[in-house]
Design a protein around this ligand. Structure first.
Ligand SMILES: [Zn+2]
Length: 253
């Protein structure tokens, strides 16, 4: 199984438009972060988690030829706004499978009404096949994916476990009963927004505490704000099995 971090930035990305913050002005490519998403590949399957406003650039940067589906964590724009850019995949492959909570599917239907339209479809509009995700394991290609029900302040969000890999973003609290789904992980990805506390995201300290509780072999942080600091400086301060993810990083599990 191979994971590619397509984007590791918080909702505005880094650099922020017009910002003169030193991290936004950094020349280190690891300080340039598109909106969060990961590509997950195993056997001949390719899935993406979330489809934010940088989806097109991310597919081009990684030369992605086909996708077997998109799993959504939640409906916020930094995770969904790129859905129109599935068009090249749709033209080649037909309806693109998408997996999300019913609430998220309803939101997508409102925002991208033309994608879901069944009559008088605009020529060239992409189409999707929807599958509702509930808080129970479901079949995906030749494996089983386990959703993990977490909270982004008061908004429900799904994380996903594939094999010994779990991806959790936009998390502020994880219910105790969900913790058993995170045992025996080789790799945990979780959000670590910044140093200061935030109402709906783990800050660095909370993310480190969570890693200490889950005890994966390795952890990677994502959904990073410029306020976390320079990649190089922050990573030096982390425990030896904890890393900051960066855009286009690939890991094999
Ligand atoms: Zn987000």
């Amino acid at each position: 199984m191979q994971i590619t971090f397509l984007g590791t930035g918080t909702s505005q990305g880094i650099p922020i438009i017009g910002s003169d913050h030193p991290v936004c002005l950094s020349n280190d490519s690891k300080d340039k972060r598109l909106r969060v998403s990961v590509l997950i590949e195993w056997d001949n399957y390719t899935y993406v988690i979330d489809c934010g406003p940088d989806f097109r650039a991310q597919m081009l940067a990684n030369n992605v030829q086909k996708i077997d589906g998109i799993l959504f964590t939640h409906e916020h724009a930094d995770h969904t706004a790129g859905l129109d850019d599935i068009r090249p995949f749709f033209f080649r492959q037909g309806d693109i499978p998408i997996y999300a909570h019913d609430r998220v599917l309803d939101q997508l239907k409102q925002r991208f009404e033309y994608i879901f339209a069944t009559e008088n479809r605009y020529p060239g509009a992409p189409a999707v096949k929807t599958q509702t995700v509930e808080n129970k394991p479901f079949r995906l290609a030749n494996t089983t994916v386990t959703p993990i029900n977490v909270w982004h302040n008061r908004l429900q969000v799904f994380g996903y476990r594939f094999f010994d890999f779990a991806y959790l973003t936009d998390v502020k609290t994880v219910p105790e009963e969900e913790m058993q789904k995170l045992t025996g992980l080789k790799v945990l990805v979780v959000n670590a927004l910044r140093i200061e506390p935030h109402h709906s995201h783990f800050n660095l300290e909370e993310a480190l505490d969570f890693v200490a509780k889950v005890k994966p072999e390795k952890a990677y942080f994502t959904h990073i704000s410029h306020l976390l600091g320079f990649h190089e400086e922050v990573e030096k301060q982390l425990p030896e099995n904890v890393f900051l993810a960066y855009d286009n990083l690939k890991i094999s599990i």
